[in-house]
Design a protein around this ligand. Structure first.
Ligand SMILES: Nc1ncnc2c1ncn2[C@@H]1O[C@H](COP(=O)(O)OP(=O)(O)OP(=O)(O)O)[C@@H](O)[C@H]1O
Length: 261
């Protein structure tokens, strides 16, 4: 572990006790995420991707092993507002404007009104939604709503962004566009991003590191350091280098499961 280590998981396990017996959502997971990494977690349903992200966010607690976030416990990291969390659904309050939704965590955290205004404007620009502050969520497309939820997660300047399949419900063209924008945002802000996805092309396009997982018990079967450059136009997806990484991810998924994702 170095001073640039953002996530460090050592022999991390989490077992849920259910009426049907124990569910081994995570088993002996070891992983290091460095500052500025874009890490995707990919694997079939039930392999523990969401659980792992929730452990980082202190929303679930490991039953064994250790994990640190910025060198401290997830609980301390949560209290220090170390991360922003983006959920599968945008989860915007329909009775609040876009600006009001982004402002909400800032209000809760007690930021001064003028500071709130500046931050809302800045993150709206970052996600290309300048001018939409006074609209209500239902007046925006699904992709715009998801961008607003990213803006909300960015509003308090956390260096770590935890994203749980944020674009899963969107059509492919919108998704391509958001992937490009997210990559731009990541390059501009040097955030560390942990990103859950079911899509091999999405994982390969976005990531510096791809974590392949398999279920029952949930574990890591491969960690792929991407050889692709950080500058990635969408058509990089047609290059042999891209296809080779995609192939390795697919092989990893097959080895761990046998079924398609
Ligand atoms: N609160 C809970 N109580 C009991 N079991 C749970 C709980 N949360 C998750 N699980 C189980 O833990 C396992 C891992 O779930 P998790 O949601 O992390 O998987 P996932 O890889 O994110 O799946 P998906 O891709 O479908 O979102 C699953 O078998 C799931 O049923």
């Amino acid at each position: 572990m170095t001073s640039d280590t953002v996530i460090s998981a050592r022999d991390l396990s989490l077992t849920f006790q259910t009426n049907d017996g124990p569910v081994h959502a995570l088993k002996d997971v070891n992983l290091e995420v460095q500052k500025g990494d874009f890490v995707s977690f990919i694997g079939p349903s039930g392999c523990g991707k969401t659980t792992f992200l929730r452990v980082m966010a202190d929303l679930e607690h490991p039953t064994d092993g250790q994990i640190t976030v910025n060198g401290i416990s997830p609980e301390d990291a949560r209290k220090a507002r170390a991360y922003g969390y983006v959920f599968q659904a945008a989860g915007l309050y329909p009775w609040r404007t876009i600006g009001g939704n982004i402002r909400l965590p800032l209000e809760i955290m007690g930021y001064a009104k003028a500071d709130q205004d500046t931050r809302v404007q800045r993150v709206l620009e970052l996600v290309d939604l300048a001018g939409f502050e006074k609209k209500f969520p239902w007046q925006l497309s699904g992709g715009m709503q998801q961008r607003a939820s990213i803006a909300r997660a960015l509003a308090f300047d956390a260096d770590l962004l935890l994203m749980d399949e944020p674009f899963g419900a969107l059509d492919e063209i919108v998704r391509d566009h958001l992937n490009e924008q997210l990559l731009e945002l990541w390059k501009r802000t040097s955030k560390t991003i942990c990103f859950v996805t079911h899509s091999i092309p999405e994982a390969v396009y976005l990531s510096t590191k791809i974590v392949v997982m398999s279920p029952r018990p949930g574990r890591i079967t491969d960690v792929i350091e991407s050889p692709l450059p950080r500058d990635r136009p969408l058509d990089i997806r047609d290059t042999p280098e891209f296809l080779e990484v995609a192939h390795r991810v697919r092989e990893g998924l097959r080895a761990g499961h046998g079924d398609a994702v």
